[in-house]
Design a protein around this ligand. Sequence first.
Ligand SMILES: *Cc1c(COP(=O)(O)O)cnc(C)c1O
Length: 433
Amino acid sequence: MDLENIYASMGISGEVYEFCKKREAHVSERFREIDEIFEYNQLKVLSAMQQSRVSEACLVETTGYGYNDMGRDRLEEVYARVFHTEDALVRSQIVCGTHALTVALFGNTRPGDEIFSPVGMPYDTLLEVLGVREAQGSLKEYGVSFSYCDMKPDGSFDYEAIRRGINERTSLVEIQRSRGYSQRHTLSIAEIRELIGFIRSIKPEVTIMVDNCYGEFIEELEPTDVGADMVVGSLIKNPGGGIAPVGGYIAGTEKCVKNAAARLTAPGLYKELGPSLGNNRLLYQGLFMAPSVAASAEKGAILLAAVYKELGFECAPGPFEKRDDIIEAVTFHDPKLVMSFCRGVQRAASVDSFIRPEPTPTPGYEHEIIMAAGCFISGSSIELSADGPLREPYTVYFQGGLTYPHAKLGVMMSLQQLLDDGLIDRSLLLNRD
Ligand SMILES: *Cc1c(COP(=O)(O)O)cnc(C)c1O
């Protein structure tokens, strides 16, 4: 067995191999910590499945209205157990994370209400949902307004601004756990707990929703364990384990979930309708795999940080910093490096490895984005992927990897591409411990 040779056969030079191997050795203790959380979360998911008595009959296909879809109902029960909530809505009719968030927001607000974000402007695709960017059918058109305050430059919550921002009309507070494409850091569960405590001290009855995208199974606790009324996410990210072909989830109080179900299907129909089609098995299996996949992706992100920090680039979080999602951000301050990096990651893809990514305008996003994505599930960013909006400060976001060796190859290929394109100096790789 010769690892270096098989890497060489795939285009990885000896110097890149050696450099990455050394960086990997430096973070082995970090990997051990990740594996402990993986173990905990694997048991949490398994135990939920056992308690809900998931059976072979849950895996069959249903069609049409989907009345008495036992597999679907049982899966929603499993999600509710995993997130420790009263109820959950887990559907392949929810087409993505933005859709899940839209259903949760429309369902849980009424004309005259205000939505408040205490952690800055939400994820790009929500700007049209909220009506911050003019869009037909936005919440703004229905008389639901939006306001926000930023976090402080030092990364702490701006409690004064939050106090000012929550008024008598504020009915829903949206907390985005992951940083998305913003420059702030991703929130830890401890920070979310503190923030929710403060919000409740100002307005106890407000609905608190957490956009949980990319955060699932990164810590032992989830936002609903520390006071959130609901968590919302995408099944083509962490909780789908790379296996769910489509879908989204909303887990929370009975009231929040029913409000969301009224929007997804119809008032009166709620959760009773909506066939799982042939997807039950994939959604169960995906959830089962999710803790393992999240851990693999995190290890890939840590290796990436270890490699690029050593080369002198800003990496957030750093290789030894606590991680709160699967995303690693490397800032290049140069569009050429962003494009070359993404092209390298693409060369490591399982599907479409021969394609050369180009920057393109993307629906829901303001700037052109270059994306490296060669996935079994189209657009699945729990699979190895990288993307960067072409705007200052030219940060590339790297995420995913269903297995650690795949994520590692992505890291190595990105570095190889930067070298091959002459964008970083070979000498940087030499004589390192
Ligand atoms: C991915 C993501 C979304 C939107 O999900 P899509 O599936 O791309 O619609 C929303 N919020 C955050 C933080 C995300 O990472």
